[in-house]
Design a protein around this ligand. Structure first.
Ligand code: P6P
Length: 346
C-alpha cells in the first residue's frame, strides 16, 4: 500500500479547529503569516499572558474564600488604594512575562516606571503594557473585573530608550486584548486580523475558541456612562446623550453601566451600543489610561467594525506623552459613533 505524502482532507478540518477544540496558542500559530504580529515568538509571548491570567482567574474565583480580598495597605502610582488582588495580578504578569525573552520592556498600571526585561538582547522585540486588574474595586462585591494588554514592536529607527519602545501610538500595536473575569473567563484579542474570543475551560486549563471573528453590530441598544457625572460633562456629551434618550438614533435605548471598563466594553463589542467616559470635574482629561486601557480597546473596536475617539480624534492616532496618561474615551458601534462625531463637530 502506498502512503499518501500529502496531508489528508481531515488535516485541514482539524487545523481549522472545526471540532471545536482550537486553543488560543493554536490559533496564533494558525494565524502565523496572515498578520505581522502572529509569529511563533508571539505565540510564546502570548502564552505568558494566558498563563498569568489563568492564575489570576483562579484567585478571582476564590476571592471570598482566601485572604485575597480587601486592601493591600498601599496606594499605587495612580494614588488608588491597591487591592490585594491588584498586587497578585501585577506580580503574576510581571513574573510570567519576565520568562519571555522576546520582551524588552513591560509597563504596568501598578508601577510608576516600566521594567526592563530582556532589553539589550537581540531577541528582545516587543514591549508589553498592561493593566493587571482593571475595576478591582468591584472585586469585594463580586462584579466582573479584567486584565487589559497591548503589545508594541521595538522601534525600527534604532532608538533604544524606554520611551521610544513604550510611548507609541495605538495604531502601531502588534496585538491587544483583554481577559474578562466574569461568569466565565474570556480572552478576547486581535493581532490586526479580526477579533477572536476564547473561553477558559478550567477543567482543561486552556482557552478554547468560542467566538471566532467577533463583529460589532452596526447599532446596539445600550449606552453606557456614569450618569452621576452628567452635569459635569462638556456640552457636546450631554447633547449627544439627550439625543439618544429622545430616540434620535431611531430606537429606544436602555442604559447599562457596570463600572468595570472591560465588562462594559465586552457587552458593547458583542451587543453593540456605546461606552463613554467623558471629561469630568475630577478627571478633566478623562479617567481611563491611554496606553493600556483605551488603546487596546480602540484596536479591538476598530477590528470589529466599530470605532473609538477621545472626542477630538481617533484614539489610535494619539501620540502618548507619558506612560500613565489619561484620555476621554467614547467607543462603540458604527451608528452610535457616527452620531457622536456630529455632536463633536467632526
Ligand atoms: P467611575 C475602574 O476603576 C475604572 O478604571 C474602569 O474600569 C471603569 O470604567 C471606571 O474606572 C469607572 O469609573 O468614575 O464611573 O467609578
Amino acid at each position: 500500500m502506498t502512503v499518501p505524502n500529502e496531508p489528508g482532507a481531515d488535516f485541514d478540518r482539524f487545523q481549522r479547529g472545526e471540532n471545536g477544540l482550537l486553543t488560543v496558542q493554536q490559533h496564533i500559530l494558525r494565524e502565523q503569516g496572515r498578520s505581522p504580529g502572529a509569529t511563533g515568538e508571539f505565540s510564546w509571548l502570548l502564552s505568558g499572558i494566558t498563563l498569568a491570567t489563568k492564575m489570576i482567574a483562579s484567585r478571582v474565583r476564590q476571592a471570598g474564600l482566601t485572604d485575597i480580598i480587601g486592601e493591600y495597605g498601599r496606594s499605587n502610582i495612580q494614588g488608588e488604594k491597591q487591592q490585594k488582588l491588584d498586587v497578585y495580578a501585577n506580580e503574576t504578569l510581571l513574573h510570567c512575562l519576565s520568562w519571555r525573552d522576546s520582551i524588552g520592556f513591560v509597563a504596568s498600571e501598578e508601577n510608576e516606571l516600566p521594567m526592563a526585561v530582556h532589553h539589550g538582547s537581540p531577541s528582545a522585540k516587543y514591549a508589553v503594557v498592561f493593566d493587571p486588574l482593571d475595576g478591582s474595586s468591584n472585586i469585594d462585591v463580586n462584579v466582573s473585573v479584567g486584565t487589559t494588554f497591548s503589545v508594541l514592536r521595538r522601534p525600527d529607527d534604532g532608538r533604544e530608550d524606554v520611551s521610544a519602545w513604550v510611548l507609541q501610538p495605538g495604531k502601531v500595536q502588534v496585538a491587544a486584548g483583554y481577559v474578562l473575569y466574569g461568569s466565565s473567563t474570556m480572552l478576547v484579542y486581535t493581532t490586526g486580523n479580526g477579533v477572536h474570543g476564547f473561553t477558559l475551560d478550567p477543567a482543561v486549563g486552556a482557552y478554547i475558541m468560542s467566538h471566532e471573528n467577533i463583529r460589532m453590530p452596526i447599532q446596539g441598544g445600550y449606552y453606557s456612562v456614569n450618569e452621576a457625572y452628567h452635569n459635569e460633562f462638556p456640552e457636546m456629551y450631554r447633547a449627544y446623550l439627550d439625543h439618544i434618550r429622545k430616540g434620535g438614533l431611531g430606537k429606544r435605548y436602555s442604559t447599562r453601566y457596570i463600572g468595570s471598563m472591560v465588562a462594559d466594553f465586552h457587552r458593547t463589542l458583542l451587543k453593540g451600543g456605546v461606552f463613554l467616559y467623558p471629561p469630568t470635574a475630577e478627571s478633566p482629561g478623562g479617567k481611563l489610561r491611554l496606553l493600556y486601557e483605551a488603546n487596546p480597546i480602540a484596536f479591538l473596536a476598530e477590528q470589529a467594525g466599530g470605532s473609538a475617539t477621545d472626542g477630538r480624534g481617533r484614539i489610535l492616532d494619539i501620540q502618548p506623552r507619558s506612560i500613565h496618561q489619561r484620555t476621554p474615551l467614547v467607543v462603540g458601534s458604527q451608528k452610535e459613533m457616527e452620531a457622536f462625531a456630529k455632536f463633536a463637530g467632526k
